[in-house]
Structures are given as structure tokens and as C-alpha cells.
Design a protein around this ligand. Structure first.
Ligand code: FAD
Length: 281
């Protein structure tokens, strides 16, 4: 449980941090909730670690241009308890409150979670349902990618060597819409066996907009567009939930088979959509 020897640096500015990781040889450290255990298990053995903890301006939650901007180093706890998030994009706050336990939420960061892109991570379900944008920077580049272009596969994102997540832009939810994050937590780790992020808007008593993000079921989070179309076309929640995961690759492991995960996703999608619909005005 002792990591391989490594060099450590703690830059004091973003420019310095980006300069150090330029070339992609060094690994950045955020909350350390994933990287440190991987290093202790020797599943990761970076020669040099660059701690982002002292770089100013990487954490914080602000509103600008119709979106809430969440700095990459913002902890899950700060996302969960932010009054701005509760008022303007509550789905992401509810999702943050479902991550791991208190210690993990106090240390783990949103940037670290999405950069790691674990198939069972919670945030990606909410980010795809909210159609978020991810802001990436390196010493030579500055670009923003859509959530669907960012999450590529299990543990694989659009991040290029030398690039970091700077912040995440989450479009504001309409005040009239309802939301819900429902999760089946693994009893040991707390990770999502499946997790469903749902948003519902109503018009004249009917569902006019549905967004459904699914995590844990497949290698990466995805939007259940087939179920969204059923709801937006006047179909009911039971019919929509029944098609979740159709045509999608399903993860299978010693805890849950692919078929069981698909079943759980459908049951919990129905629950999430029912609560989201009841919260929509
Ligand atoms: C016991 C336990 C339970 C957990 N339960 C859950 C759960 O229920 N749901 C869930 O979603 N997660 C869970 N997690 C994971 C947790 O959310 C982590 O916080 C997260 O995966 C990693 O965030 P971090 O800030 O700790 O990143 P780190 O561990 O510091 O880094 C993780 C990876 O991301 C890279 N990285 C970090 N920041 C950036 C950045 N800004 N730009 C580019 N790359 C970056 C690092 O180089 C590293 O490769 C759990 C973790 C533990 C230990």
C-alpha cells in the first residue's frame, strides 16, 4: 500500500501548472480520492505529480451567460451545498449529494471526477441530462467541448496530454421544470450500479421536454433519447422507462450482470421520472 516513489510539485499559478504538465508526462492531482488509491495499489505510477490544490481560481461557482460555471477544483460538498446551484440547476446539486460519503464529498472534485470518467460515476448522468459544456485548457490551447464529445468511453475522455479541465458550464434549469437523481449505490463503495438523472418540463399538463441521463449501465453515461422521445410524444412514464438501455452495451461484473443493470435502470428511471414530473409546475 505504499506508492512507487514520485516527485511532487505544487504550482502557485495556472500558467506554472500548465507549463509543468505540458507534454503529458506529469499527472495532476486534485482531491486525490481516486489517484492516491490507484498509486497506493500501484495501478498508477506517475513519476511526477502536479498538485492543483494551490492554484488560485480553479474552484468556485458563479453564474454567467445563462449558465452556472463550476470550477474544476470545486468539491462535491460545495456543489451539493451551493445556494446558487440549488436555485439555478438543482439536478447537479442533488447528484453531488449522492456521491460516496462525507469524506469523499469533502475532498473529491468535480474536475477530478469527470476527468477520471469512471463508468459508475454520478456526475456524468446529470451532465448529459443538462447538456453541459466542459472547458479545457493547456499551455497552448483553450477550448470548450459538449458533454457528449467529452465522455468517450470508460475512463476515456477528450482530454489531450497536457490539458486539464478548467471548469464546467451547466445551463440553467428552467424554474418550472422538475428534476430527480435516482441511484442504486454499490453497498461497499457507494458508486452507482446504475444512476438516472431526469428532467421534465410540462406544458398544458403534458410533458413537453424530457431529458434522461443514465450512468453505471454502460461504459459511459448516455442520454436515453428513445425514452425522451416517447415522453415528448405523449407516451407515459412506464412506456418510456421500459425502453431505457435498449441497444446499449451493458456492463457486467461480479456484482451485477448486464441484464440486471438494465432492469435496475428501467425501475429507477420510472421512479426518477415520476418524481421529476411531480416537481414540474
Ligand atoms: C470510497 C470512495 C467512494 C466513492 N464513491 C463515489 C460515488 O459514489 N460516486 C462517484 O461519482 N464517485 C465516487 N468516488 C470517486 C470520487 O468522486 C472522486 O472524488 C473522483 O473520482 C476523483 O476526484 P478527485 O478530485 O479526487 O481526483 P483525483 O483523484 O485527484 O484525480 C483523478 C484523476 O483525474 C485527473 N484530474 C484531476 N483533476 C483534473 C483536472 N482538473 N483536469 C484534468 N485531469 C484531472 C487526475 O490526474 C487523475 O487521473 C468515490 C471515491 C472513493 C475513494
Amino acid at each position: 500500500m505504499i506508492p512507487q516513489e514520485f516527485e511532487y510539485s505544487a504550482p502557485a499559478t495556472l500558467q506554472e501548472a500548465l507549463g509543468l504538465i505540458d507534454g503529458g508526462e506529469r499527472k495532476v492531482l486534485a482531491g486525490g480520492m481516486t489517484l492516491i488509491p490507484l498509486m497506493k495499489l500501484r495501478l498508477a505510477a506517475p513519476a511526477e505529480v502536479v498538485d492543483l490544490g494551490r492554484v488560485p481560481g480553479l474552484s468556485g461557482i458563479t453564474e454567467a451567460g445563462g449558465a452556472v460555471r463550476i470550477g474544476a477544483m470545486t468539491t462535491h460538498h460545495d456543489v451539493e451545498t451551493s445556494a446558487l446551484i440549488r436555485a439555478k440547476c438543482p439536478l447537479i446539486g442533488e447528484t453531488a449529494g449522492n456521491i460516496g460519503d462525507v469524506q469523499v464529498r469533502n475532498m473529491g472534485t468535480m474536475g477530478g471526477s469527470i476527468a477520471h470518467a469512471a463508468p459508475a460515476a454520478d456526475y456524468p448522468a446529470a451532465l448529459v441530462a443538462l447538456e453541459a459544456r466542459i472547458h479545457l485548457v493547456s499551455a497552448h490551447s483553450d477550448r470548450t467541448v459538449e458533454d457528449s464529445d467529452f465522455f468517450i468511453d470508460a475512463f476515456t475522455t477528450a482530454l489531450e496530454p497536457g490539458e486539464i479541465v478548467l471548469d464546467i458550464e451547466v445551463p440553467l434549469e428552467d424554474a418550472s421544470e422538475g428534476h430527480r437523481y435516482e441511484k442504486v449505490a454499490h453497498p461497499a463503495s457507494g458508486f452507482a450500479v446504475v444512476g438516472i438523472a431526469a428532467r421534465i418540463k410540462k406544458s398544458g399538463g403534458r410533458i413537453s421536454m424530457a431529458r434522461i441521463g443514465v450512468t453505471g449501465l454502460g461504459p459511459k453515461a448516455f442520454r436515453a433519447r428513445n425514452a425522451e422521445a416517447i415522453l415528448e410524444g405523449g407516451g407515459d412514464i412506464a412506456k418510456a422507462a421500459a425502453v431505457i438501455g435498449e441497444g446499449e452495451e451493458a456492463n457486467s461484473d461480479i456484482y451485477a450482470s448486464g441484464d440486471y443493470r438494465r432492469h435496475l435502470a428501467r425501475v429507477h428511471a420510472a421512479r426518477a421520472l415520476t418524481v421529476a414530473a411531480s416537481r414540474a409546475s
